[in-house]
Design a protein around this ligand. Structure first.
Ligand code: ZN
Length: 183
């Protein structure tokens, strides 16, 4: 396994559409495991293949908020089959490091996918709500070139991203930045 380089906002690959996986090859399994390892290394709760520059429909998610539960889930070709309700909560993204903002999404989703277990896969129907639903939706959006700021009111997103770009540009080497909405 290997930690891959996470692409940052401005990299055009983040806006591209990932292709469905037709055949689960050793390279695809490797990609899935690398996503899990990279997510852990970067201390994220989700990571999509597009974020490491690979246009395949593969994601890694943490089933529980970081540090809880049995951890990492690796999914191929995740498809939202059903969603319901609305919920607002704060999100961040490894591709826009340090930006945190509230986003409204469905509170409940059902997602069909192939789950990677070691060196094989099995079909799975996930029923997820709240945190878990949010992470799945955020990562599946990445596979379609959609970022969490696209799910906000455009003016809000514009202001937040302008602040983030300024902070990101002027950060010192190794410095972590944090941009949030003024309360
Ligand atoms: Zn993200």
């Amino acid at each position: 396994m290997a930690v891959r380089r996470v692409r940052i906002l401005g990299d055009p690959v983040l806006r591209q559409q990932a292709q469905a996986v037709d055949e689960v090859t050793p390279e695809i399994l490797q990609l899935a495991h690398d996503l899990g390892e990279t997510m852990l290394e970067y201390r994220g709760v989700g990571l999509a293949a597009t974020q490491v520059g690979e246009l395949h429909r593969v994601i890694a998610v943490f089933k529980e908020p970081l540090g809880l539960g049995d951890g990492v889930q690796l999914l191929i070709n995740p498809v939202v089959q059903f969603f319901d309700g609305r919920a607002v909560d704060e999100e961040g993204c490894l591709s826009i490091p340090g930006l945190y903002a509230e986003v409204e999404r469905p509170a409940y989703v059902e997602v069909e996918a192939l789950e990677v277990v070691g060196d094989h896969t099995r079909p799975i129907l996930i029923r997820a709500r709240d945190y878990y639903a949010r992470v799945l939706l955020h990562e599946i959006d990445h596979l379609d070139g959609i970022l969490f700021t696209d799910r906000m009111e455009p003016e809000r997103a514009r202001v937040l991203l302008a602040r983030w770009r300024r902070a990101w540009k002027h950060r010192k080497p190794g410095q972590r930045i944090e941009v949030r909405e003024a309360v």
